[in-house]
Ligand binder design. Structure first.
Ligand code: HDD
Length: 703
């Protein structure tokens, strides 16, 4: 009996090849030599039975002597490490940075010396507020942390997809994060700021108003990591070989242009595919469509800083691109997924203070505080000061120092001397020429706890941001504020927020107040300095104004039925591929459909597993019989009505019209509905898709 139980356990375990045998592409591959290695303990002892614990008799008690069992369970019990206190949910990829031209005039940073040089990189994108297991389409800031393994040490540019921050001084960071995360007594809401504590704190912190405009904008619901910008946020310094300093702001710009989703879509994506952003990055890289960003820099000197409207040390302010043009200096390409999520993406440790010689800090009080926080957090999270020994964190250039021992030390100094200076002539020595030298800025002043007067304008750039948005984007901001504040239960907090909005844009404030049902408009919040209305709109701040000019990298969902037109299907597939976009087939059954000529077409999704929110545009390639069959399927109706409501372009065959009608969509409702039965119409459809969305429809569908 024992024998047969063991056998059946083995059979089911070997029904499928173990996951460790899966390659990056998910394909099963042969283990070298075609032989299955013997299972061993962590210390290499071969294991004879991994199905049954050691026990006395067939039905007797387990024995503590079973060291294989104890080791296995002990290790499992210790698999988790603390998640990041912020940015817990993230997804990373490897790649490289390629320098365009030498920037030696401005910096001695080795990475910027030689045109065409490639530097290995690892990037981790993240949401901020949600826990590790939360969903991807939270309305939230996205982390954009880049580790560059330069020849003179690792450079971590730990940025976000938004160029400003909520607070000016790092001392308020714990308060901000406590307020944003789930409330401490009830432990919800998770991964969202739509609750009293967040808006209570924010409405008591006028300095956050510029950031509020950004997080209520479409920037906070990106369509993909691949379509978002990244910002170093702070003013940094570049320092050249003559020790001359130039101020710099870093901006990453996606080659595929920017794109976001709409809120109603985001809510549905979170249900349909909580891993939407991860899957997107994984799919793109695995299929060889490597995402790319251009690194641009805004360079300026002290004279510019002195004459600029705002303090360049204030992280709640930007320098508009129209005022100071960003110069492209290199490109970042992500071309490889980690082999193991935990080893790399989870254990990667980013630290703002990691800068190589030639890059230095400004006195931005937020940056100065961050430089303290990141080292500390890695010790807590990774458990040992030797986290730099982990391959993902170790530099890829030669390094030598006298740090030794500690938990999990994998490298220790060799030889007799573990101190400096020594007269044995052993070990590394400092190099005043090559070594990192802080920029010798002259500082004096009293020791005080003060916020500079030059940080006092909290509304002017918030207003400028709002004025720089297109009408649909302005509408989205109003709707986002309404949604978030509608979840706030204390009326006083809602009103306090409206009092701030009055300082930004009166129409915005009254729209939000009206939707919230606030009867008596509050007075505008007291502003420390007058709010400026002479800042010109900055078109660079709009996503819609800066969209791509092609449909490249986007995804079309094609709903098929039995009896579909195979020639039209092929024409569509070829046009989508030529555009550099991706087509995914959705069918009533995931097994696929039989086209009119009997050819079988495989499907990627079954209709209720492939809702239209997962695609940038959709096509209904149905036969009459197919459309008829789908009329009773709620998922098919939602597929159409959601695509329409989310302003997507919809291609359709004449036979699909009953399904359009069932979803309440007239086939000639607007130019976003494109019949595909006439010659040349596939081309028309692809050309239309390059606009990404038909925003003109939005006022009709009242999203
Ligand atoms: Fe931070 C993580 C970005 C302000 C303290 N931060 C973290 C990550 C990003 C940022 C992208 C995730 C890194 C990763 O993927 O592992 N943080 C920012 C930006 C800020 C900012 C752009 C403002 C301009 N952060 C900030 C302040 C403090 C911190 C003011 C503290 C004083 N941040 C942390 C941290 C984290 C972190 C607690 C959590 C996990 C980690 O560092 O590694 O130390």
């Amino acid at each position: 009996m024992a024998k047969s139980a063991r056998r059946s356990a083995r059979q089911s375990a070997s029904g499928q090849e173990p996951d460790s045998a899966r390659g990056n592409g998910g394909e099963l591959h042969q283990i070298a030599g075609g032989e299955t290695p013997t299972l061993t303990t962590a210390l290499g002892t071969p294991v004879s039975d991994d199905q049954n614990t050691l026990r006395i008799g067939e039905r007797g008690p387990a024995l503590i002597e079973d060291s294989h069992f104890r080791e296995k369970i002990f290790h499992f019990d210790h698999e988790r490490i603390p998640e990041r206190v912020v940015h817990a949910r993230g997804y990373g990829a490897h790649g490289y940075f390629e320098t365009y031209e030498s920037l030696a005039k401005y910096t001695r940073a080795d990475i910027f010396q030689r045109a065409g040089e490639k530097t290995p990189a690892f990037v981790r994108f993240s949401t901020v507020a949600g826990n590790k297991g939360s969903f991807d389409l939270a309305r939230d800031v996205r982390g954009f942390a880049v580790k560059l393994y330069t020849r003179e040490g690792n450079w971590d540019l730990v940025g976000n997809n938004i160029p400003v921050f909520f607070i000016q001084d790092a001392i308020k960071f714990p308060d901000l994060i406590h307020a944003a995360k789930q409330e401490p007594d009830r432990a919800f809401p998770q991964a969202q700021t739509a609750h009293d504590n967040f808006w209570d704190f924010i409405s008591l912190m006028p300095e956050s108003m510029h950031m509020v405009m950004w997080i209520m904008s479409d920037r906070a619901i990106p369509r993909s990591f691949r379509f978002m910008q990244g910002f170093g946020v702070h003013t940094f310094r570049l320092v050249n070989a003559k020790d001359e300093s130039t101020f710099v702001k870093f901006i990453w710009k996606p080659k595929l242009g920017m794109q976001s989703v709409v809120w109603n879509e985001a809510v549905k994506i979170n249900g349909a595919d909580p891993d939407f952003h991860r899957r997107d990055l994984w799919d793109a890289i695995q299929s060889g469509n490597f995402p790319e960003w251009e690194l641009t820099v805004q360079l300026f000197d002290q004279a510019f800083a002195d004459s600029f409207d705002f303090d360049i040390l204030d992280a709640t302010k930007i320098i508009p691109e129209e005022v100071l043009e960003p110069i492209p200096v290199g490109r970042l390409v992500l071309d490889r997924m980690p082999d193991n999520f935990f080893a790399e993406t989870e254990q990667v440790a980013f630290m703002t203070q990691n800068v190589p010689p030639g890059i230095d800090f400004s006195n931005d009080p937020l940056l100065q505080g961050r430089n303290f926080s990141y080292l500390d957090t890695q010790l807590k999270r990774l458990g040992s000061p030797n986290f730099t020994h982990l391959p993902i964190n170790a530099p890829k250039c030669p390094f030598a120092h006298f740090q030794q021992d500690g938990h999990m030390a994998m490298r220790n100094p060799v030889g007799r001397a573990n101190y400096e200076p020594n007269s044995w002539g052993l070990g590394p020595r400092e190099d005043p020429q090559r070594g990192f030298r802080s920029f010798a800025d002259a500082e004096d002043g009293q020791k005080v706890r003060l916020r500079a007067e030059s940080f006092a304008d909290h509304y002017s750039q918030a207003r400028q941001f709002f004025n720089s948005q297109t009408p649909p984007e302005q509408r989205h901001i109003a709707m986002a504020l309404t949604f978030e504040l509608s979840k706030v239960q204390a009326p006083a907090i809602r009103e306090r927020m409206v009092s701030h909005l009055l300082n930004i844009d009166e129409t915005l404030a009254t729209t939000v107040a009206d939707k919230l049902g606030i009867r008596n408009m509050p007075d505008p919040a007291e502003a420390a300095v007058p709010t400026r209305d002479d800042l010109p709109p900055s078109p660079a701040l709009s996503i819609i104004e800066n969209g791509p000019d092609s449909f490249k990298g986007r995804k079309v969902g094609v709903l098929l039925s039995n009896g579909t037109d195979p020639a039209l299907f092929e024409e569509l597939r070829s046009a989508i591929e030529t555009e550099g976009a991706v087509m995914e087939v959705i069918a009533p059954k995931v097994g696929g459909v039989d086209a009119a000529d009997g050819t079988h077409i495989e499907a990627r999704h079954m209709i209720d597993g492939g809702p239209s929110v997962l695609f940038d545009a959709v096509v209904l390639l149905l036969s009459e019989e197919g459309a008829e069959m789908l009329l009773d399927e709620a998922a098919a109706k939602d597929f159409v009505s959601d695509a329409f409501a989310h302003c997507k372009f919809i291609g359709f065959t004449a036979a699909a019209q009953p399904l359009l009608a069932k979803a309440g969509v007239a086939p000639d409702a607007d130019e976003g509905l494109i019949g595909l039965d006439t010659a040349g119409s596939v081309k028309t459809f692809i050309e239309a898709c390059r606009k990404l969305r038909l925003w003109a429809r939005e006022t009709a569908v009242k999203l």
